[in-house]
Design a protein around this ligand. Sequence first.
Ligand code: GUN
Ligand code: FE
Length: 417
Amino acid sequence: MHIHRGNIVFTPTPQDFVTVEGGYLVVDGGTIVECVEELSDAHAGVPVTDHGDRLIIPGFTDAHVHASQLPITGLQCSTELIDWLHTLTFPQESGLHDPDYADAVYTQFVDALLRNGITGSVVMGTIHDTTGILVDKLAAAGLRGCVAKVSRDQNTPEDCRADTVQEIADSRRFIEDNLGKSPLVIPAIAPSVSMVCSRELMAGLAEQAAEFDIPCHMHLAENRTEVELTLKMYPDCADFVETYERAGLMKNANTVVAHAIHLTDREKQVIRDTGILIAHCPHSNLNLLSGVMKLAEYHDLGIRVGLGSDISAGHQLNMFSNIVAAIQSGAMNVLTERTSRPVLAAEAFYCATKGGGSFFGRTGSFEPGYAFDALIVDDSMWTRYKQMSLAQRIEKLIYCGDDRNVEHVYVEGRRLR
Ligand code: GUN
Ligand code: FE
């Protein structure tokens, strides 16, 4: 047992922050037992780490990120998806065939996760076996992760795809090699997106997901031109979601789809009914002129939403910045689409913590039974010269925070930095 004392920020609701000022989090074996305002005799003798006036917040989950693309963040924004993929992204990914380069990039990536307090990440690697290096590095760091080797067999340069049978075999080998390496890091399948995958490939991967009971990770309805081309390629499908459904994908909640901007009512219903997680990637969606996802509407429909940096289409691994982008995208929807309500700060914070964290089970909140995946946050750079309520401190942190505020990072009760 261990007790952490500080200013605790729960995230159990999209409506509000729930806070306990100067409270105690009781942790047993990496799992939260309770959160109390005062200690009692029952806690006698349990060691206490006093974090003073620091904030204790749940660790972030980045629900969609391309680790291999970290070196090209911030380059060629304002280019639309398909041009961006061909001129910048595929050439970058092809470089990861080299294990030495993959090692260097993935080292940087894991360091950046730790620095930014991203305790859980849902990651796409590349088509290469070197994606296993990322699994090893996450496991060694003690971080939580879901890592997929990316699969493609068409409409992509030769060094970023494989033939269908080969790719199905390669995906299986990746799963077998990486399953069980660490209790915190799970492999997944990732048919990148319908346009670059044959139905045969997607069906083969869907079978592997069922056989090994592992997650599926895809892109969905990101760009209007992409949606049009996809429906031309799959003329028997009425919408984008159906291209996945006909291959046996989109079946259960152990699925994450990135973007999901341009959806029909039927597609929203399928996502809501299956409990699939949408990774909302607001920076990416503006950088690539993809569109503005309607987070408030999706939440009101009861759809599960996490927040994704989508490095490198998004340019910020800083999750505070991604939260603000989600709030501002919500404002844009009010202004241009006359949607009924804005996105609240608490709502976007919820996506970055409990929303995305739900992909890993009970993470992203401080309710009993949740993992103690937590950040100790130092905001004294602001409280030093301005008195603020706890609620104001959280708001300030969201809008102005970055890696300088993340002092310590815990995953399952273990301090990683
Ligand atoms: N669609 C297919 N591949 C990608 C990618 O790497 N990034 C984004 N944002 N969309 C994609
Ligand atoms: Fe992406």
